[in-house]
Design a protein around this ligand. Structure first.
Ligand code: UGA
Length: 444
């Protein structure tokens, strides 16, 4: 089988290097500089395992990169993995989907292979039917189901564990438009995962698109609900949201995952997808208030962290260390990271901010510019600070001990926004404030 992946962002690149472990794969992107770098084995993102698979794919010649769609004519399957960013009204912006569909249609016009187009990009229900199918039909001059196949096939990989998630997903979701695409999808995934692979769920194209939005909306709802529960926990001295979350999560119907209270969810997916899903439900004339609440709680969370800090110390003129800028550990992605709204508020309050992140500093510099001081290590960041706010649970930040904070800081006040430290140990030794922890000064 020969496979093409159109759009080499996070999802496309991770998908392409994984598919190339099995099938001959060409990954295509309009960004020529990116294509040249990838051909030279240079990885544009921080993602565990990516570099190794890229190198082995290039060496075995099973993986290639191109900025032209011409090779699609000889492919059996084409995965669309282009971006679907937020538009101003919260809906998704479909220009990349339109361009990809148009280009794919034109490129397969003379194909005799009956290629199957898989739509992996996250789109609101109905997009494959109303946007992708008509464009591919128009520009290929063929009908879906005859000259080519089309199948919604959402992606569930997480940044930071993209390779692992692609090689061993919880499930594969297929929303085929035609028998041709269902047959090829089964052959492709069985060939890739073997007979004991993940469960394959087959539904309508809209059902598949809805699985993706439903999953992200439910995960984001869990996070916002636990953040609300965290605020209630803070009202009662000694009450800890970590205990409450465990008590909730031990119910097998609810599960322990995604009940980690913190400064809110970020990244390129949850905020964008919940906004788009809200817009789409509203467009259907449905009540989307549950999604509005999820977003509202999330928006308020950085301000809540600032208020926790202000209860412990004043901010005006203080040296404040913000530890962690990536939206979560193991990635250099700062999109919608909660650290940024936090930093803007700290600066508005007259704080002097210094920042540290093990990998996201270059990206952060393009946003924060000269408004903050850039530290070279976690230790360097807290040196002489009056307040430290731990925002991303990187190993380098988690490993700071109470002794480090006591030794390095001018006045050791620590706000644990991500619940990465043991409150008993840290609370006994320094002024320790945490999201979801009812305040109780534990120092002797
Ligand atoms: C998310 C989903 O988990 C993937 O399944 C999905 O494929 C992806 O979006 C996507 O739509 O492409 P990702 O954005 O990489 O993946 O990150 P997550 O690990 O889900 O975390 C999202 C945010 O929620 C992070 O800021 C994280 O810190 C926060 N979070 C997560 C919490 O605050 N508490 C939790 O308990 C879990």
């Amino acid at each position: 089988m020969k496979i093409a992946v159109v759009g080499v962002g996070y999802v496309g690149l991770s998908t392409a290097v994984c598919i190339a472990t099995k099938y001959s794969t060409v990954a295509i992107d309009v960004n020529e500089a990116r294509v040249l770098n990838l051909r030279a084995g240079k990885v544009p993102i921080h993602e565990r395992g990516l570099k190794g698979l890229l190198t082995s794919g290039l060496e075995s010649k099973k993986l290639g990169f191109s900025s032209s769609l011409a090779s699609l004519a000889s492919c059996d399957a084409v995965f669309i993995t282009v971006g679907t960013p937020s538009a101003a009204d919260g809906s998704i912006e479909l220009s990349q989907i339109r361009n990809a569909s148009t280009g794919i249609g034109a490129a397969i016009r003379d194909s005799t292979k009956k290629p199957v187009v898989f739509l992996k990009s996250t789109v609101v229900p109905g997009t494959a039917r109303s946007v992708v199918r008509p464009l591919v039909e128009k520009y290929s001059g063929m009908n879906c189901g005859n000259g080519f196949g089309l199948c919604s096939n959402p992606e569930f990989l997480r940044e930071g564990s993209a390779i692992k998630d692609t090689l061993a997903p919880d499930r594969v979701v297929l929303g085929p438009f035609d028998d041709l695409s269902l047959r090829l999808a089964r052959t492709f995934y069985e060939g890739f995962y073997g007979r004991n692979g993940p469960e394959v769920l087959v539904t309508t194209p809209e059902g598949a698109e809805l699985v993706k939005y439903g999953s992200n909306a439910l995960l984001a709802t869990k996070v916002s609900l636990i953040n609300l529960i965290a605020k209630v926990s803070e009202k009662f001295p000694g009450t800890d949201v970590q205990d409450v979350a465990r008590g909730i999560g031990l119910d097998h119907r609810l599960g322990l995952h995604f009940l980690q209270a913190g400064p809110g969810f970020g990244g390129s997916c949850f905020p964008k997808d919940v906004r788009a899903f809200r817009k789409s439900t509203t467009d259907f004339g449905l009540d989307s208030s549950i999604l509005e609440s999820v977003l509202k709680i999330n928006e308020e969370q950085p301000q809540h962290v600032v208020e926790l800090a202000e209860k412990a110390t004043s901010l005006q003129g203080r040296e404040i260390a913000v530890l962690g800028l990536a939206f979560k550990p193991d990635t250099d992605d700062i999109r919608e990271s909660r650290s940024f709204p936090l930093i803007w508020r700290l600066l508005e309050r007259g704080g002097k901010v210094r920042v540290y992140d093990p990998v996201a500093m270059p990206a952060a510099k393009t946003v924060l510019k000269s408004r903050v001081v850039y530290s070279t290590s976690a230790q360097d960041c807290i040196k002489g600070a009056d307040l430290a706010i731990a925002m991303t649970a990187w190993r380098q930040i988690k490993s700071l001990t109470p002794a480090d904070y006591l030794k390095q800081m001018r006045s050791p006040v620590l706000v644990d926004a991500r619940r990465m430290y043991d409150p008993d140990e840290y609370g006994r030794k320094l002024r320790y404030v945490a999201v979801g922890l009812g305040s109780e000064d534990r120092r002797p």
